[in-house]
Design a binder for this molecule. Structure first.
Ligand code: PEP
Ligand code: MN
Length: 339
């Protein structure tokens, strides 16, 4: 339920109303003060709330019930775009962040050399998997805790914030110095993990499940947000369809749809969507053109020898060519909007 307040009402009156709602109905009340609106979002069992009584109050403009099951992630609850700040790198509300790095951390030399190259090409953040969700138990499973240590060294060396995938609640203590936690596609509905990262105050990159609908994806975000962590960035990484010609089908439509349904930023992962390095550049241009809030791209210094996802990894030079074109598209759109 959303209560839209009249413009110009006093802070004291707003606080009094919040207090009354919390004590009378035992609901969580969230104040959203935007440039144009002041809203109160009511989350919990709102069935017993008589909207006519609330509407009759002096400071209330209108009361709207939210039909969708996702409340805190709902744009109706927070009309302005959320800007998620990951240790100084911003996503959303016009901010476009580029994350790049290897699928998996393989050695100190590998991750530091890639980190330096992607930074020079314009990346804002470094990615690298330490715990890898592999289809086969016989494939390389990641370097684990040591991989995270090496990522932290690369962060120190380059100054770039880092993101890495956490696969299980038991691994969370190892991620204390990691700037953003990645919840992988296969874990999008690991509700225990979602609730635990919801208790932290750290940004979460929530990848879309291989067969998840928009609503299921937003409900996964809601699990994190309902625990108090509102710093969620969505990531479209391709979904499973009838098409077998590419690893996954990039659902580019997810960008404008998510911008309608939620205030959370959405970034595109063209690497896992395409599964082929030569598709990563054109898909990234589509992401920039359609208004995504960023990209996450796999880059390897020697893709042929990569221990994971080599066929979709870009050489650092290819990544540099990609960022150049992505920046050109963003610049062209900005110029056109100014006219
Ligand atoms: C990854 O980022 O390397 C990864 C495994 O991603 P996803 O969960 O999207 O498959
Ligand atoms: Mn990968």
């Amino acid at each position: 339920m959303i209560i839209t307040l009249k413009s110009g009402c006093s802070k004291e009156a707003v606080q009094e109303l919040i207090h009354d709602l919390e004590t009378t109905y035992n609901l969580d009340v969230f104040l959203s003060e935007g440039a144009e609106y002041t809203l109160l979002g009511l989350v919990g069992d709102t069935a017993s709330v008589d909207s006519r009584i609330i509407e009759s109050l002096d400071i209330v403009e209108k009361v709207t019930r939210i039909q969708e099951p996702y409340k805190k992630a709902n744009r109706k609850m927070h009309p302005e775009d959320s800007i998620i700040d990951v240790s100084g790198v911003k996503f959303g509300g016009g901010h476009f962040g580029i994350i790049a790095g290897p699928c998996s951390v393989e050695s100190r030399e590998q991750v530091i050399s890639i980190a330096k190259d992607v930074k020079a090409a314009g990346a804002d953040m470094l990615r690298g998997g330490a715990f890898k969700p592999r289809t086969s138990p016989y494939s390389f499973q990641g370097m684990g805790a040591e991989g995270l240590e090496l990522l932290l060294e690369a962060k120190k060396e380059t100054g770039m914030p880092i993101v890495s995938e956490v696969m299980d609640v038991s691994q969370l203590p190892l991620f204390e110095d990691v700037d953003m936690l990645q919840i992988g596609a296969r874990n999008m509905q690991n509700f225990t993990l979602l609730k635990e990262v919801g208790k932290l105050r750290k940004p979460v990159l929530l990848k879309r499940g291989l067969a998840a609908t928009y609503q299921e994806w937003l409900m996964a975000a809601e699990y994190i947000m309902s625990e108090g962590n509102e710093q969620v960035i969505l990531c479209e990484r391709g979904i499973r369809t009838f098409e077998t010609g590419v690893r996954n089908t990039l659902d580019i439509t997810a960008v404008p749809v998510m911008h309608e349904l939620t205030h959370l930023p959405i970034i595109i992962d063209p690497s896992h969507a395409a599964g082929m390095s030569r598709m990563v550049h054109p898909l990234s241009l589509a992401a920039a053109g359609i208004g995504a809030d960023g990209l996450i791209i796999e880059v390897h210094n020697d893709p042929k020898k990569a221990l994971c996802d080599g066929p979709q990894a870009l050489h650092p030079e290819e990544f540099a060519a990609l960022t150049k074109d992505v920046f050109a598209i963003r610049q062209a759109l900005e110029t056109a909007h100014k006219k």
